[in-house]
Design a protein around this ligand. Structure first.
Ligand code: FAD
Ligand code: SF4
Length: 423
């Protein structure tokens, strides 16, 4: 453990072990005229200097309202965005010293305000819209449309709302109580939630129009694990990341030797969860010489005691473990040499190499066009090829981020409103 921590940067260690003092952090903000934290760093253009100004002026509720209006998932984004690459990575204070710890300030404000905030709602329009999926994209559209006065029904395949916020990102990074508190806001806005209801099963999307919904939003994400395409993926000792993270308690890893194949954030989440669930050791195999995860996630993964092995590939998986070989690569990323595959004994192998969309809705809906990767095609208003059907989030972009899903879902809600007003 200590040997891993020595590899971490000073800033990361300070974040790991010391609480951030949000008020002194806020006081370090220079209120830049051209705030790069916002203009260059924030995918959803959060007005960071204004948030900090209101907070320091004793107007925390105004700051909270402003954050929610711009990004209803501010409380989640303040925890799970890649701040080092976004707002904090662009803060002017970071050039010569340490960036303002914007995420902690945003989280403090959003967390303080969430329960007491009273959400404004326009006069009821008595027009119904349906939202399929309650991940970041679906939640954003549901809130924005309910606030505009539409009657919103949200269909969710799982027991609880949240999508990957609940069933992907582990609790130690995003406490699920936040989603429970968030659900109260949906109910306050009069949003009807139908859990355990998969569209494309008993109910099809076309049925929704027959029942009087005037527009539909598809925010179903990407949930089919991407396969490695090697022999042994169906063995009993092999599991896909997304399946494991959905309910880690269903798996017994106590004292087990675990191998994770993959390099992105979900691979890191699987490894860190496995170690918390009592795995004896967790080794992560990364194909290339670098990981797709953020430097911060890699640091935390190392701090948790996971062993990351770069330039390591798996040829096949046997019931006793994977057949592993090592490669060298040139600067262009071409493999220049490789070793002979050798068995590495392991009890459990996780495959964490991203997800692709399921085709349940597309295969049961008329006139919905997909691109070559099975993602839904949309126009600049995020309307699909089917009039009145809008879509955003991972099911349009492929596996991306929470903030990208919220950003695009906001545009989709505007597009849906414009479409409905023109009808
Ligand atoms: C392990 C993991 C860790 C991640 N970590 C981060 C991170 O730290 N930061 C970050 O920004 N992003 C992270 N991401 C990515 C992020 O979670 C996604 O980009 C984001 O959740 C996409 O939002 P969405 O609303 O498009 O889809 P989702 O969150 O996938 O939500 C889709 C919802 O639709 C429901 N659904 C699907 N099909 C149907 C159907 N037919 N009928 C009804 N409901 C349906 C699903 O059950 C789900 O609730 C991570 C992803 C994973 C897998
Ligand atoms: S870049 Fe940094 S200092 Fe400037 S406004 Fe943003 S948070 Fe404040």
């Amino acid at each position: 453990m200590h040997e891993h921590i020595e590899k971490l940067t000073f800033r990361k260690v300070s974040v790991l072990f010391m609480a951030v003092h949000v008020i002194s952090e806020a006081r370090r903000c220079l209120q830049c005229k051209n705030p790069l934290c916002r203009n260059k760093g924030c995918p959803i253009q959060t007005n960071i200097p204004e948030m900090i100004r209101l907070f320091l002026d004793g107007k925390i509720n105004e700051a909270g309202d402003m954050l929610f209006e711009n990004n209803p998932l501010s409380i989640m984004c303040s925890l799970v965005c890649d701040h080092g690459a976004q707002c904090e990575g662009n803060c002017i204070q970071g050039i010569k010293g340490t960036s303002v710890h914007i995420s902690s300030i945003e989280h403090y404000i959003s967390d303080y305000c969430l329960d007491k905030m009273i959400l404004e709602r326009d006069r009821k329009k008595h027009r119904r819209i349906a939202v399929i999926g309650s991940g970041p994209a679906g939640l954003t559209v549901a809130i924005k449309m309910a606030q505009k006065g539409y009657d919103v029904t949200m269909f969710e395949r799982m027991d609880y709302i949240g999508g990957l916020l609940r069933y992907g990102i582990p609790d130690f990074r995003l406490p699920k109580t936040i989603l429970d508190r968030f659900q109260k806001k949906l109910l306050e806005l009069g949003i009807l939630i139908r859990p355990n209801t998969s569209i494309g099963g008993a109910l099809h999307l076309d049925d929704l129009f027959d029942d009087g919904y005037e527009a539909v939003f598809i925010g179903t994400g990407v949930w089919r694990p991407r396969r490695l395409g090697i022999k042994g993926e169906s063995n009993g000792n092999v599991h896909y990341a997304i399946d494991y993270l959905m309910n880690p308690n269903a798996y017994n890893l106590l004292g087990r030797k675990v191998i994770v194949i993959g390099a992105g954030n979900s691979a890191m989440d699987v490894a860190r969860t496995a170690i918390r669930k009592g795995a004896d050791s967790v080794d992560m195999y990364v194909r290339r010489n670098k990981s797709a995860a953020s430097p911060e996630e890699i640091d935390y993964t190392l701090a948790d005691g996971v062993n990351i092995q770069y330039l390591t590939r798996v040829e096949s998986i046997t019931p006793d473990g994977p057949m592993v070989y090592h490669v060298t690569m040139d600067e262009e990323g071409n493999v220049t040499s490789q070793t002979t595959p050798k068995l590495v004994e392991a009890d459990v192998v996780f495959i964490a190499v991203s997800q692709v969309p399921k085709d349940k809705i597309a295969s049961t809906t008329t006139g919905l066009e997909l691109n070559e990767w099975g993602l839904i095609k949309v126009n600049e208003d995020f309307m699909t090829s089917k009039p009145g059907v809008f879509s955003a989030g991972d099911v349009v972009l492929g596996a991306k981020t929470v903030v990208a899903a919220v950003r695009d879902a906001k545009i989709a809600a505007e597009g849906m409103d414009k479409y409905l007003q023109s009808k």
